[in-house]
Design a protein. Structure first.
Length: 61
């Protein structure tokens, strides 16, 4: 699951960079968008990783 989250974050960041390049923005603007998108993706990855519900043992025995 962690690998899937990282792959998704990387794919989104690369897609945004490519869209900015094809839109005619300068290279430094593309890098800025890439960094912002990468940071957002890593925050989403951290949130998804830390909010998993832990498995609790059944204590009714």
């Amino acid at each position: 699951m962690i690998a899937a989250n990282l792959a998704f974050a990387f794919a989104i960041a690369v897609a945004v960079k490519v869209l900015f390049l094809f839109s005619g923005f300068a290279y430094w603007e593309c890098l800025t968008a890439y960094a912002v998108c990468g940071a957002f993706s890593m925050m989403a990855f951290a949130w998804a990783s830390l909010t998993e519900i832990p498995v609790r043992a059944d204590q009714r025995s």
